[in-house]
Write a protein that binds this ligand. Structure first.
Ligand SMILES: C[S@@+](CC[C@H](N)C(=O)[O-])C[C@H]1O[C@@H](n2cnc3c(N)ncnc32)[C@H](O)[C@@H]1O
Length: 395
């Protein structure tokens, strides 16, 4: 367990909000008979209205702990991420697709820079819809758009629910990893669901407790995990249900999801026997989801095979799957960077360093993947982003 003392202490008001959320989660565990699935705990810790990590007031996104943030994402790191996506999206919009829809838009940086990039490509969409669960983030997105792209801000609308149909390009960066997962443990060859109970050890309000699963309740996904070694892992029913809902909505167009994760073969590899659950607090990554409920991010890596299967179930085509580095290089990030003047070191070097982080295998280039799910597009040519290094065959 991560010692809270080794991490920066939350300010008093944040601690008070966390205490309120802790009490609420405790009550819902009692109401459920003393044990709840981890997905339920994660949903409350991240999304309880006004108190969850994404629905409360935490800074969340930023460069380091001094600004109170917990992690940084690609659109925050460099505008070249969005500009490169704009290069990939422009020819798709040119196939007569009217809109862009973004899920989980964070601070609004991707929306602002993508709109600016599409403007440069001469392919501004008629509408840019944001689906955001958090009211606090929606206000931040409006402020970012007003500051970075004021002349384009009136194209942006916010949706509370999904429309029945949508034609256009959909994008979600680091959204799937923020969806609640269930945890399972295989011990001595027997499967258990790893849930959450109240704890009385004084250090944390909650702890894990494993419940044996009846044979009939062991899912196909768990049965398919090779070997009989002990392990802990996750399943992603919520993310897969979300992809099915996107598939039902997408009448024509392409959906791009960018996130950290692997195909099932790597996800459930014996070397990953500890699972992928990870928490982020003030730029410290650690595995303890019970630290400061509501004040830290909780995530799991994405099982892209599960995402691909859910998409196919919903009638979509998996049109590309590549590492982030491959996708961004194929789609022209280096050309965009080279348009800057390298002799202007003060402007060039920070941008070059940020792009290096997006591409480097040791940073985001290999762990992060891009998957494209389409319906009704002209697919006689692969999309630029997947022209080389496509890994659909691994899903
Ligand atoms: C890790 S943040 C990423 C934010 C931003 N895309 C970025 O890259 O900086 C995850 C975001 O996904 C959002 N999210 C999670 N589930 C969602 C859903 N079902 N629909 C829309 N947004 C969702 C969260 O509210 C949060 O804004």
């Amino acid at each position: 367990m991560q010692k809270a003392a080794s991490l920066p202490l939350p300010p008093a008001d944040a601690q008070a909000a966390s205490d309120t959320l802790t009490a609420r989660i405790g009550e819902s565990i009692d109401a459920a008979g003393g044990w709840t699935g981890f997905d339920r705990y994660m949903a409350q810790a991240l999304y309880a209205p006004g108190l969850g990590y994404y629905s409360g007031g935490s800074a969340k996104f930023g460069r380091d702990a001094r600004d109170g943030s917990d992690f940084i994402t690609a659109p925050e790191l460099s505008p070249f991420f969005a500009r490169t996506l704009a290069r990939q999206f422009a020819p798709l919009l040119a196939q007569g697709l009217p809109g862009v829809m973004e899920f989980g838009a964070g601070t609004g940086r991707l929306a602002a820079d993508l709109l600016l990039g599409l403007e440069q490509e001469g392919r501004l969409p008629e509408t840019y819809a944001i689906v955001e669960l958090s009211g606090e983030l929606r206000a931040r997105q409006q402020a970012t758009l007003a500051q970075r792209a004021p002349h384009l801000a009136d194209r942006v609308t916010w949706l509370d629910t999904l429309p029945d149909t949508f034609a256009g390009v959909i994008v979600g960066n680091e959204v799937l990893d923020a969806m609640p997962v269930r945890l399972y443990a295989r011990n001595g060859g027997r499967w258990h669901e790893r849930g959450v109970v109240r704890s009385d050890d004084g250090e944390r309000a909650f702890r894990f407790e494993d419940r044996p699963l009846a044979d009939a309740d062991v899912s196909e996904a768990l049965r398919a995990i090779p070997g009989d070694h002990d392990l802990v892992t996750e399943t992603h029913a919520e993310a897969e249900g979300f992809i099915r809902a996107v598939g039902a909505m997408l009448a024509r167009g392409a959906a791009f999801f960018i996130d950290y994760g692997f195909p099932a073969g790597e996800y459930y590899h014996p070397q990953r026997a500890g699972g992928t659950l990870m928490c982020h607090y003030r730029h410290h990554a650690h595995p303890d989801p019970f630290l400061y409920p509501g004040l830290q991010d909780i995530t799991a890596h994405v099982n892209f095979s599960g995402i691909a299967h859910a998409a196919v179930d919903a009638g979509l085509t998996v049109s590309g799957f590549a590492s982030q580095a491959r996708f961004l290089m194929n789609a022209g990030i280096t050309e965009l960077l080279m348009a800057l003047d390298p002799s202007d070191a003060r402007a060039f070097l920070p941008q070059a360093n940020a792009v290096q982080k997006l591409l480097s295998e040791a940073e985001m280039g290999e762990l992060f993947k891009v998957i494209a799910l389409t319906r009704g597009l002209d697919d006689s040519e692969p999309m630029d982003g997947f022209a080389r290094g496509d890994r659909c065959h691994t899903l």
